[in-house]
Design a protein around this ligand. Structure first.
Ligand code: ZN
Length: 237
């Protein structure tokens, strides 16, 4: 995606998503023990458990980041589409948001330009960022100790929202505005407030949702309801 070019900044802090692996598997629903990695050594001695299980499933961090990216597709912003996904300590999603105009402010009546002679005719004064919307859209009492997956590193305004709402960790994809004052201010506040942040590179380079795939599956006859999405495939392509 073009808009996320330049994500190389902040390489020093980049983690290849490995930091929370152990935690990730523990946090899953149902029996997730012994499922790690899938290849080689780790699977010896597992016996019958997990036999025949699909190995190509989406891991939690990729799943959450993909949901942030998918949500961004709802944005009407012609330049920047950003999504955010808030996850609690049980790996349950408690809030999703994307950048957009405030409720009731007609997208067709509001300005979408980033720059302009008249600041009142730029989007900057109006757009609610993905992080703000994700927090406000929460379906839980609060988002204390949650993590937020975001396509872009939070700006200073969103850092305030993150901090004040009790979110403890930011996992971002792009840091392309790293050197702008808004983002320096953001890091300054989050550092002081003890909010951790780390860049995440999804393990799957591509996640494709192909709505037509169900038509090609052998298990088609098992699907009684044509609208079911359970067998839709998500994976590398
Ligand atoms: Zn923001």
């Amino acid at each position: 995606m073009d808009r996320l070019k330049g994500r190389g900044k902040g390489v020093g802090r980049r983690e290849r998503g490995g930091g929370r692996e152990g935690e990730e598997e523990k946090g899953g629903r149902g029996s997730r023990k012994g499922e790690r990695g899938g290849e080689g050594e780790g699977r010896k001695g597992l016996g019958v458990r997990g036999k025949g299980k699909r190995q190509d499933y989406l891991e939690w961090p990729d799943y959450f980041m993909a949901i942030a990216f998918l949500s961004a597709q709802r944005s009407k912003d012609p330049k920047t589409q950003v999504g955010a996904c808030i996850v609690n300590e049980e790996k349950k999603i408690v809030g999703i948001g994307y950048n957009g105009m405030p409720v009731g402010c007609d997208d067709d009546l509001m300005p979408w330009n980033r720059e302009g002679e008249n600041v009142l005719e730029t989007k900057r004064l109006y757009v609610c960022h993905a992080e703000l919307n994700a927090v406000l859209n929460k379906n839980s009492a609060d988002v204390k100790n949650c993590s937020i997956y975001v396509a872009l590193f939070p700006c200073n305004e969103c850092a305030k929202v993150v901090i004040q709402s009790g979110i403890k960790e930011v996992i971002y994809y792009s840091d392309k505005y790293h050197d702008k004052p808004e983002f320096k201010a953001s890091r300054r506040m989050m550092d002081l407030a003890g909010v951790k942040y780390r860049q995440y590179i999804p393990k799957k380079k591509k996640i494709v949702i192909d709505f037509s795939v169900i038509e090609r599956q052998d298990s088609l006859q098992e699907v009684t309801n044509g609208s079911t999405m359970e067998n839709l495939k998500i994976g590398d392509s």
